[in-house]
Design a protein. Structure first.
Length: 93
């Protein structure tokens, strides 16, 4: 494995995850409803996965979507995201 492959496999997903977390935090600061932040994380994760891995690194769109889902779920935390959505829906009732 050369350095470029190492960067593609390890650093690119970490960087995208941090970027998605940053976007979500910005949205929270401007007043975006927190119950939708996990969905935003997932959407930006998929967008980043497809654009970086699917198109730029030529892994294919399907692999880009799968990697993007992993990035989005990592950014919001699978369980905490589901918990926030359920909790906020109960609060809205």
């Amino acid at each position: 494995m050369n350095t470029d492959e190492l960067i593609n496999y390890l650093l690119s997903p970490v960087g995208l995850t941090v970027l998605v977390i940053g976007i979500a935090e910005l949205l929270k600061k401007v007043g975006y409803p927190t119950k939708y932040i996990p969905l935003v994380d997932l959407a930006f994760g998929i967008l980043g996965g497809v654009s970086v891995f699917g198109v730029e690194l030529k892994y294919g769109v399907f692999k880009g979507i799968i990697i993007g889902i992993a990035i989005g779920l990592s950014a919001c935390g699978l369980f905490s995201g589901v918990k926030n959505i359920i909790k906020n829906e109960e609060d809205d009732k």
